[in-house]
Ligand binder design. Structure first.
Ligand code: ADP
Ligand code: X2W
Length: 261
């Protein structure tokens, strides 16, 4: 059984010291990790340094040609290789790639007003399967390619959920810098689609949390059984089921906070 672990740019530099070992320990539970990563804050830092102003709509970066070049340099060049090294230092046979390599992530434009931002239309899951068959761990940067060879910037949570869906993964864990969804400064233990849409409407879920929760819910409508948002700064975030916010399909008591359980 596969488990897709998405590592957010928000937490890249702050992952707890045993994080990469914990990823490998999942194999002992019969879960084979597939890693997807973003790097939003690093992209924004480089844009600032190069004199460009990052712009977002509902947590998605408006991506013109120059922005796309920076996104590719940061995700494929810098962040991907940083993570591959971390996994290798933990003893994993990690291989870095992007959604462009071997046409792994096929996309079409999400919305022309966002520029080169892709919506995933197809995942060439055979590519991932070949890597897993070697006993290697794929570390995938969130870029995609269309049928004409044009490259696109894709939100990393969208890539993770599309891969989880294509692989029929058991679980998707989105690793971020917060203890899951916070409402009134309290972490939610679980949240349904209806509750999440209401929190987005009232402005209690904003920014990068919007694509994260929406893509997570989307993969639950497929064959993924479990979607959890956890804080990568906390030891046990991958191995201990009590961490973070679990997204669920069905109805639950609303406003179930961790501290109230
Ligand atoms: N209700 C919420 N609960 C938790 N975080 C939220 C919420 N609304 C917005 N956020 C923001 O979403 C961020 C996580 O999304 P993002 O910055 O894209 O992270 P990542 O790089 O890990 O994908 C949090 O750091 C927080 O600032
Ligand atoms: C279209 C879009 O917004 N793409 C993201 C890709 C990186 C990403 O998703 O990074 P996080 O995981 O850190 O959020 C971006 O440009 O920031």
């Amino acid at each position: 059984m596969q488990i897709v672990i998405k590592i957010g740019g928000s937490v890249l530099e702050h992952l707890h010291s045993a994080f990469f070992q914990e990823c490998l320990q999942l194999k002992e539970k019969g879960l084979t990790p597939v890693i997807v990563h973003g790097g939003g804050p690093v992209i924004s830092q480089w844009m600032d340094q190069l004199g460009f102003q990052p712009q977002f709509v509902d947590g998605l970066r408006v991506t013109d040609e120059q922005t796309l070049t920076i996104v590719e340099m940061v995700l494929a060049g810098s962040v991907n290789k940083h993570l591959v090294t971390k996994f290798r230092q933990a003893g994993a046979k990690a291989i870095g790639m992007t959604g462009i390599d071997l046409g792994l992530i096929q996309v079409e434009p999400l919305n022309h007003s966002l520029g080169f931002v892709g919506r995933v239309t197809h995942v060439n899951k055979e590519v991932i399967q070949l890597i897993l068959d070697q006993g290697w761990i794929p570390v995938i940067a969130s870029l995609g390619v269309d049928h004409e060879g044009q490259h696109y910037n894709v939100n990393a949570d969208d890539v993770a959920s599309a891969i989880a869906d294509a692989l029929k993964a058991k679980k998707l864990i989105s690793v971020s810098n917060v203890d899951g969804i916070q409402i009134n400064d309290q972490p939610l233990k679980q949240a349904t689609a209806d509750e999440i849409e209401a929190y987005i409407r009232t402005g209690e879920i904003t920014g990068g949390m919007i694509p994260k929760v929406r893509s997570g819910l989307r993969s639950l409508t497929g064959s993924v059984q479990e979607v959890v948002i956890v804080n990568g700064q906390q030891p046990g975030c991958l191995t201990d089921d009590s961490h973070g916010t679990r997204l669920i399909k069905g109805e639950v008591k609303s406003h179930v906070f961790i501290s109230h359980l």
